[in-house]
Design a protein around this ligand. Structure first.
Ligand code: RRO
Length: 310
């Protein structure tokens, strides 16, 4: 079977890559994803200046996934710009850069720098960090999202994408899709970021499991798979001429298949990558290939978006 996918000029040997935030903060981590069986790689969301992030512990494994309140620790956008400049775009796998400024002005400054560098990498603008105390997720404010995007497209003219938070209501899917559809150069959306501000409790210690925000954090893993699939499906239906990248609850070929069946062009792996390491890519890739073989599908296009309804 053929697992390759080509989209927006990007050619991937298989549809799997890291979710932004996992194994992508340093050169060494990015190189580890590049050296793995992943089909692409994406950097940690960056800010104008380097950030330490929230106090530790700020990530914990939970019974059915993970919780995190990292607080956007990153080396500053210049570091990832330098990585992208030194990257072998011809020989290597596609490189994506995630951008998550602390303000609109910061986002515009970073995007102008990536524009001027004119590199063959795609930006994923993060509209959905759930872990900055006092800063709501932009993606939950449709007017603010529209304003941010209208300013972004004034400075950044190349195709780009956005990382969305999960939505939980059909009216919200429709409202956000309508905002996104008014930006032709917005070519893809990644659904979903973590389900924000969940609370994991350890019964033995009667305690929270992470330090920031009284224990609240973004939830990933098995907990979020149905929510992720719903978001992929609904944006796949509602967006005109845009790709949807699936993220949420992928830990085997089965969930990767489900995301693609719901409409995903490619699929990111977060919690499972954090827990298992880069070897997960070869495993999930081989499981996806075996499942396709079993079902009689030769390519991803044979079943992408073809979810049956009743
Ligand atoms: O760094 C984080 O706390 C973080 C970010 Br920016 C994000 O977008 N999603 C997430 O779960 N954690």
């Amino acid at each position: 079977v053929d697992l390759s996918v080509s989209w927006l000029g990007v050619n991937m040997e298989n549809p799997l890559y890291n979710a932004s935030g996992v194994m992508c903060r340093s050169r060494e981590e990015l190189d580890a994803v590049a050296a793995s069986a992943a089909g692409a790689l994406i950097t940690k969301s960056c800010t104008l200046l380097p950030r330490e992030g929230n106090p530790e512990p700020r990530y914990a494994k939970a019974p059915h996934g993970s919780i995190n309140s990292m607080g956007l620790p990153n080396a500053g956008y210049q570091y990832y710009l330098d990585y992208a400049k030194a990257y072998d775009h011809q020989g290597g796998k596609p490189l994506f850069v995630s951008v998550s400024g602390m303000s609109l002005e910061d986002n515009l400054e970073m995007l102008a720098a990536f524009r001027d560098a004119d590199l063959p990498c795609l930006v994923e603008l993060n509209l959905s960090c759930p872990n900055l105390p006092g800063k709501p997720q932009i993606g939950y404010d449709f007017e603010a999202s529209s304003h941010v995007l209208s300013e972004v497209v004034k400075v950044y003219h190349k195709p780009f994408g956005v990382k969305l938070p999960p939505y939980f209501d059909p009216v919200h899917f429709a409202e956000m899709a309508s905002v996104l559809n008014s930006f032709p150069s917005l070519k893809y959306v990644t659904c979903i970021n973590s389900v924000g501000n969940g609370l994991v409790i350890d019964l033995d210690s009667e305690s929270v499991v992470i330090k920031p925000k009284g224990g609240l954090g973004g939830i990933g893993g098995d907990y979020v798979l149905p929510t992720a699939l719903a978001n992929v499906r609904e944006f796949y239906r509602l967006l005109d001429d845009k790709h949807v990248i699936g993220c949420g609850g992928v830990k085997s070929g089965r969930e990767a298949f489900m995301h693609i069946l719901a409409g995903a062009t490619a699929v990111q792996v977060g919690t499972c990558l954090y827990e298992e390491g880069a070897a997960c890519f070869a495993r999930i890739r081989d499981e996806l290939a075996a499942l396709m073989q079993e079902k009689g599908y030769a390519t991803l296009a044979d079943f992408r978006g073809k979810l049956k309804t009743m």
